[in-house]
Design a binder for this molecule. Structure first.
Ligand code: NAD
Length: 442
């Protein structure tokens, strides 16, 4: 099916199933991350000392900082920065603004960054951070003051050769520009321009890289294209669905639609919608920009979360928050492929069900690495005072995504491991080699 007929009114659909859980009811994310690592560590017989070092983050910083709100009151915010590991290079990872942000979530997300960078062979380690708050509750002026005060509170705990933040859920280019500007004003004026690479994911105007905005979604689509080649499948005319229509989900949807696939279901925190004739992602992006979410979009029918998981589609891209695919959702899904745009969207028990049902899973640390790959390119461009054009960034991203996908493909074939274990196997071997050569100080 082409997207020409997009946005015709769909038939109604029926299904029954699970309601969304709040993050705190989804279990401990760090334990889930640890289970994934342990499985691979057992499989490759990881050195016990290396396992011990990697089992906890190097540094866990929590800061409570005050900000004056528009009504004159002072509110105390809780900010996090977790630095998991830096044996391969500076800590690197996003800043998340979310009302349910918590320490174990941050620890898991930071650890995943360590393995993601090692798997993609990027000379960075893993970090993550953010603020426990709903950014939608604050004005632009308040968000600026919150971001600047948080950056100031982090002070020398971040740095262009030490720990480099990037956007994540609830943050974006504007947040990164405020962080950069604050940091540039903390250091002496002669150093100011040399620290521009303190954050990545900035606007192009302020020193960001061309191609960073769409990088994660584009990387997901490169992985899907590789799977398509291996599976003798055709993207043109196939159906796909996306959960989360923010940075990652919307760009993945735009690119897949351009390749002839039809977006038949979308969900976000405002609701779920479906149209078997196809949803036009450009129009949906316009709608979400104005309305704050997919709910109320006129080119599709509102459905429940459980109806969404039961939709008839070939490809599912989770691109919202973690632990969205539990055992119930795994049984409902009717797709052939789950390409994890989000970090940690699948419970280990659910993944087992998907694999048993013959549904292929492209794991997060492979599928969503495009963001950190282009963040690395942004950091390099800032460091060298260079500006690469869009074509160059896109070509480099595609080469690296396909090369990493191929490395996992070969490793999985040689070892017989499932793909998630193969991804961690490669990453852990690289980290282990580094530790075994360097030893630890003193
Ligand atoms: P975003 O803030 O731009 O978008 C998040 C989307 O998820 C929004 O559409 C939001 O409405 C939706 N959402 C939030 N809560 C939801 C819920 N309970 N149910 C359904 N939908 C919900 O964030 P993003 O940058 O697109 O990140 C999405 C995921 O991708 C996260 O897991 C993030 O860690 C991961 N990721 C992002 C990047 C990046 O470059 N931005 C890179 C790698 C991984």
């Amino acid at each position: 099916m082409s997207t020409k007929s997009a946005d015709a009114t769909p038939e109604s659909s029926t299904a029954a199933a699970p309601a969304a859980r709040s993050l705190k009811d989804r279990g401990n994310l760090y334990e889930v991350a640890q289970q994934q690592v342990d499985r691979a560590a057992d499989a490759i017989k990881l050195d016990p000392d290396v396992r011990c070092i990697l089992s906890q983050p190097k540094n866990e910083l929590i800061t409570n900082f005050p900000v004056r709100l528009d009504d004159g009151r002072i509110h105390l915010f809780k900010g996090y920065r977790i630095q998991h590991n830096n044996v391969m290079g500076p800590f690197k990872g996003g800043m998340r603004y979310h009302q349910e942000a918590n320490l174990d979530e941050m620890k898991a997300l930071a650890a995943w960054m360590t393995y993601k960078c090692a798997l993609s062979d990027i000379p960075f380690g893993g970090g993550k951070g953010g603020i426990k708050m709903n950014p939608k509750d604050y004005s632009k002026g308040e968000l600026e003051r919150i971001t600047r005060r948080f950056t100031h509170a982090l002070g020398s705990n971040i740095g262009p050769e030490w720990d480099i933040p990037a956007p994540d859920v609830g943050t974006g280019e504007q947040t990164m520009v405020w962080m950069m500007d604050t940091y540039m004003n903390i250091v002496g004026q002669t150093e100011r321009n040399s620290v521009r690479r303190i954050v990545t994911g900035k606007s192009v105007t302020c020193g960001g890289s061309h191609g960073r905005r769409e990088a994660t979604g584009m990387g997901v689509v490169h992985c899907i294209s590789e799977w398509v080649r291996d599976s003798n499948f055709r993207l043109d005319g196939c159906h796909f669905m996306v959960q989360g229509f923010g940075n990652v989900g919307s760009h993945a949807a735009l690119l897949l639609s351009k390749m002839g696939a039809a977006l038949v279901g979308v969900g976000d925190e405002t609701g779920y919608i479906a149209n078997p004739e196809g949803i036009n992602p450009h129009k949906l992006m316009d709608h979400t920009r104005k309305g704050g979410g997919v709910a109320g979009y006129r080119g599709a029918k509102a459905i429940s979360r459980s109806e969404f998981f039961g939709l008839e589609a070939d490809i599912f891209i989770p691109a919202a928050l973690e632990l969205e695919i539990g055992e119930d959702e795994a049984r409902l899904l009717r797709c052939k492929l789950v390409a994890e745009g989000a970090n940690g969207p699948t419970y280990p028990e659910a993944e087992k069900i998907l694999l048993d049902r013959g549904i292929f899973v492209i794991p997060d640390i492979l599928a969503n690495a495009g963001g950190v790959v282009v963040s690395y390119y942004e950091w390099l461009q800032n460091k060298r005072s260079e500006r690469w054009d869009l074509t160059e960034v896109h070509q480099r991203l595609e080469r690296r995504m396909r090369r990493t996908y191929d490395a996992v493909r070969q490793y999985a074939r040689q070892t017989g491991f499932d793909w998630r274990t193969a991804c961690y196997g490669i990453a852990l071997e690289r980290l282990q080699n580094s530790y075994l050569e360097r030893g630890i100080f003193p």
